[in-house]
Design a protein around this ligand. Structure first.
Ligand SMILES: [Zn+2]
Length: 328
């Protein structure tokens, strides 16, 4: 126990006992415990080992300790709160409490208003679009469409050239390096601080579309735009990106997809298929229809939509598959 804490020296057990108007006088021996119906004085008072003060212990099991512990037990507060009350002046208690409230409300305010930021650049966009198309093997018109629709941006993070997926809500920004290298040799993607990572990217932008393509991860979101660019009526289609298979938006989050036809482009791995199942469930009763297309079912041996779009025959197979389900 910490007896040096606080600004005033700790009060004695004798002082606290009388301060609390408890029965009897504190001295070494037995007293009635103030914390239980005590018929036979079962609270012992004894000297501390260094004989500097008196301590107590209830043999019926209420507890024991020094004057602060007694105060805390009788008042039903924590030892920390008891220390504050017993060692601070009334003004200090009020100041302490006020500071606590200010701190808490600042924290609450910050959580609600802070948004992720990214250093966007508008210079050399055509070159960067070409560079990303080359890096991900996605047809250039698809990358350009994603950029025009406001779901793709370019700039830098920590001094590295980067491409990001984001949308007009500004709530979720995920960056990848334009060189294709990992961030700090560790991860492919970096979610910018204060992002709402579980929020789908592109929800606001899909309100006019009849068919919405749900994709997993930033590369597939861009790849979906290559598919859309290849459609007879691209304006009827839009794509949203869930930036990870573990993101499971609620029905409420998926609200903007009400009455729309949805195509889910599932990754071929088990996490991807599980995610597609969960998203389908959330969309039940909300979307007009939901079709799940797993990459390996579209073309065997392919792992995701980016992979399909990058393959030589992929685009043709995708478009015929979409025709088959009535969406192209
Ligand atoms: Zn007791």
């Amino acid at each position: 126990m910490d007896n040096t804490q606080g600004k005033k020296p700790l009060p004695s057990l004798e002082f606290i006992w009388s301060h609390l108007n408890l029965e009897g006088t504190v001295q070494v021996g037995m007293l009635k415990c103030p914390c239980h119906e005590d018929k036979n004085a079962s609270l012992s008072i004894f000297e501390s080992r260094d004989r500097s003060r008196l301590l107590w212990k209830c043999h019926a099991g209420c507890g024991g300790g020094d004057s602060v512990d007694l105060y805390a037990m009788v008042k039903g507060c924590s030892r920390k709160a008891a220390l504050r009350i017993l060692t601070l002046t009334p003004k200090e208690i009020v100041d302490d409490f006020t500071a606590h409230i200010v701190r808490k409300s600042k924290e609450a305010l910050r959580d609600d208003t802070r948004k992720p930021t990214f250093q966007f650049s508008l210079i050399g966009i055509d070159e960067r679009i070409a560079q990303l198309a080359e890096l991900r093997k996605i047809p250039q018109e698809g990358v350009a469409l994603a950029y025009r629709r406001g779901l793709l941006g370019f700039g830098s993070h920590e001094g590295y050239a980067a491409w990001v997926v984001h949308d007009s809500s500004g709530l979720n920004i995920q960056a990848r390096r334009l060189s294709g290298h990992l961030w700090w040799g560790k991860s492919k993607s970096h979610t910018m601080r204060h992002s709402k990572a579980s929020l789908p990217v592109g929800l606001r932008e899909c309100y006019l579309a009849k068919v919405v393509h749900i994709t997993e991860g930033a590369p597939d979101l861009i790849a979906a735009h290559a598919v859309i660019a290849g459609m007879a009526t691209p304006e009827d289609h839009s794509a949203i990106g869930l930036l990870g298979a573990s993101m499971h938006p609620s029905k409420a989050v998926f609200g903007p997809l009400e009455g729309k036809d949805v195509v889910i482009w599932a990754h071929s791995d088990s996490a991807g298929k599980k995610a597609a199942d969960a998203w389908t469930k959330s969309l039940f009763g909300l979307a007009r229809s939901v079709v799940v297309l797993a990459a390996e079912d579209v073309l065997p041996g392919h792992k995701d939509l980016n992979d399909l779009v990058a393959s030589q025959t992929g685009m043709r197979v995708i478009l015929s598959k979409l025709k088959e389900v009535g969406h192209a």
